[in-house]
Design a protein around this ligand. Sequence first.
Ligand SMILES: Cc1cc2nc3c(=O)[nH]c(=O)nc-3n(C[C@H](O)[C@H](O)[C@H](O)COP(=O)(O)OP(=O)(O)OC[C@H]3O[C@@H](n4cnc5c(N)ncnc54)[C@H](O)[C@@H]3O)c2cc1C
Length: 392
Amino acid sequence: MTDVLVVGGGPAGRALAAECGSRGLATTLVDPTPDAPWRATYAAWLDELPEGLPPPVAIARGRVIAHTTHALDRRYAVLDVPALRAHLDARLDAAGVRIIAGRVSGHAGPAVVLADGTPLSARSVVDAGGHRAPLGGGHHGGNGAGPTAAEQTAYGVVVDTATAAPIAAAESALVMDWRPEHGEPGWPTFLYAIPLGGGAMLLEETSLARRPGLPLPVLHRRLLARLARYGITPQADARVERVRFPVDRPRHATPGVLGFGAAAPLVHPATGFSVADSLRLAPAVADDLATGGVRAAQRRLWPARAVAVHRLRRIGLEALLRMPPEGVPAFFETFFALPERHRRAYLSGRDDLAGHLAAMAALFGHADINLRRRLVEPAFRRPAPALPTPRR
Ligand SMILES: Cc1cc2nc3c(=O)[nH]c(=O)nc-3n(C[C@H](O)[C@H](O)[C@H](O)COP(=O)(O)OP(=O)(O)OC[C@H]3O[C@@H](n4cnc5c(N)ncnc54)[C@H](O)[C@@H]3O)c2cc1C
């Protein structure tokens, strides 16, 4: 019997397990491949990150291009993923967290069962198993057991800053460029171009959300076409990044289990971000687990105002999913023209209901009649239906 069992050793699970261990809780972390390195490029708004992390590989001023260019009053941080991992591993080690290599296959009362049949008991069980939420039950997509997931998908290549220069300067993070320079009609995608430090840039064609996700070969093709306009041809052996994850996972509702990280889901339905929230919330959630167990931690993660913000963001997601292709850049043109406090409240502040409502009111006030209708209607409709998979 351990005090806390954390299922999943991604950023959320490792951060929370380390915090629990450092509070003197007997903590176990279980993951099928606990030593596998992280491959994703994690980034976040600098002001969302907690203190004490290793320095990011790059901090750049955010920029968005919709119909016009918006210089954002906010800095974007690209995390040093190997350093973050080493930092969390050192904290796990120092806190005496026990690490088990195994795949959790089920949960019964205070025990989880590994795929090989081994039971593990804990006073508090945390599902930090990522978007598949292994203890969450009924995850959609996959085996057709539920509705089709809305997914963010992206395909990126890493090039050097000199190669990327015609498209994006290394000092700025191009968070979104909605110009359809990929030359294809249909589902809207944008370019995400961020510095990775060490003279490298990640150039990524991204579909913010689609149900189901826009296939990666489509994004790959669009990226190459977009880059070709600037005379950029990535090297055949260039590092690539493939992104695919759901943005509309239902809330984790397994009694007695705390969903944390992408499993919670802490994923912002309209941006896909979760890592900064997971890292920032881990200490307070560990305090709650130490004093009041899973219930107290649930209350911390999901106070009524966070539930309300999440619902509103889900409606925002459904609005995006139903917009005609030309409506999406028009939406972001209106959104990024709002004052910084409104943009910040919508993009961050997961429990800032007043800020969120003020941002929505401001957006509504600046929207034309078509956009207003598109923003309001999804509140009264069923989720947008699944689209056919486009021709590759
Ligand atoms: C390529 C890519 C780039 C991304 N970039 C960003 C970004 O810049 N910023 C951002 O905020 N988000 C980003 N995301 C989205 C999301 O935030 C990440 O997926 C992030 O890794 C979520 O962290 P997590 O710890 O909650 O889950 P994960 O990182 O998915 O970790 C889950 C862990 O659980 C383990 N696990 C799964 N099933 C079981 C089981 N049955 N038993 C035991 N363990 C299990 C897995 O092996 C894994 O180690 C990105 C996603 C991808 C794919």
